[in-house]
Design a protein around this ligand. Structure first.
Ligand code: CUA
Length: 335
């Protein structure tokens, strides 16, 4: 909680605020703080928050002063009807109207920054499809169609990216607080959110709409790369999923048990409800944030995913330990 003073930067405005409103600022820092914006889609939201905060504080101070004045004044009979009118009309009508109109105008102006207006610039469009309980991403691959991945969004830093948000089942909500606003993922409908990361870095988000038992295990990880790094990521994804050269027991198990829901081809969409696993080994986490991604945890996940993330759409494991080992060998050898 103390860390927020450093994380909000050296701006004296923020430092002063952190002293005055210590308790209100527990969300000021950290990887998912909307008050620590990292791009032009998130900065107006942080400013709206500060304007509302200070505006609310000023109004509260004014009302407290008036309340104290009313209680403590000595001779009320000296104030006539003119003063009453002034307080009723001025304080009760004109003041709130002026404050609300100013906030509305400011909010609408700031909200413009979040809207994905059609633009002359060539904007990268990434499709996001939310599922119970994971995220599917689809990147354009030139004229070759699309490249699929899951749970970990990669984007180029320093330029706007339109995220086209939809859902495969129920309503979810996509939110990377340091990069932009929150947008509902609705079945049968595409909402578009324009994001931009000013600099390369790692960002975290969550599903922000209750979507079932594992709503809390729907972590979003995003990484912004420089242009070369982003191209490199797409190259890796493009080449991912090549299996071992010779048929193996793991491959037979995968084809028999997993392939009906999971694709290992980055260009082929998995059948719902399974995520594409082509670049599985590149990912940082398993089960949309449930476990760190490594060979041992992959075996743990296959064996006990219904204990680790109860209710997820993958059927209960029926494989023997030696079969799981063979399957992990196969998946882990995929590039
Ligand atoms: Cu998806 Cu909450």
């Amino acid at each position: 909680m103390i860390r927020h003073r450093e994380e909000c930067g050296g701006n004296p405005y923020f430092k002063f605020t952190s002293v005055v409103a210590y308790m209100a600022l527990t969300g000021c820092g950290g990887p998912q703080s909307a008050l620590d914006p990292a791009g032009p889609g998130a900065a107006p939201i942080a400013w709206i928050w500060w304007v509302m905060f200070w505006g609310g504080l000023l109004v509260l101070a004014g009302m407290t002063a008036l309340g104290l004045y009313a209680v403590l004044r000595r001779r009320p009979e000296r104030r006539g009807r003119a003063a009453e009118k002034f307080f009723l009309l001025g304080g009760g009508l004109l003041f709130p109207l002026a404050v609300l109109a100013a906030l509305l105008f400011y909010g609408i102006r700031s909200g413009d920054a979040l809207i994905a207006f059609p633009s002359e610039k060539k904007i990268l469009r990434i499709e996001l499809r939310a599922h119970q309980w994971w995220w599917e991403f689809r990147y354009p691959d030139g004229s070759n169609g699309y490249l699929y991945s899951a749970n970990e969004l990669r984007l180029p830093a320093g330029r706007p990216v339109d995220i086209r948000v939809s859902s495969g089942d129920v309503i979810h909500s996509f939110w990377l607080p340091r990069l932009g606003g929150k947008l509902d993922a609705i079945p049968g409908h595409v909402n578009v959110l324009r994001l931009q990361a000013d600099r390369p870095g790692e960002f975290y988000g969550q599903c922000a709409e209750f979507c079932g038992a594992q709503h809390a295990r729907m972590l979003l990880y995003a990484q912004a790369h420089d242009e070369a790094g982003f191209r490199n990521y797409l190259d890796i994804l493009r080449g991912a999923g090549g299996g071992p050269p010779a048929p193996s027991p793991g491959q037979a198990l995968f084809d028999g048990q997993c392939a009906s829901c999971h694709s290992l081809d980055p260009r082929r969409r998995s059948n719902e409800p399974g995520p594409n696993l082509a670049d599985l080994r590149q990912r940082k986490r398993l089960g949309a944030g449930t476990l760190a991604n490594n060979r041992a945890n992959l075996a743990r996940w296959i064996a006990g995913h219904q204990t680790l993330k109860p209710g997820n759409r993958m059927p209960e494991n029926t494989l023997r330990p030696d079969e799981i080992e063979a399957l992990v060998d196969y998946l882990w050898r995929t590039k």
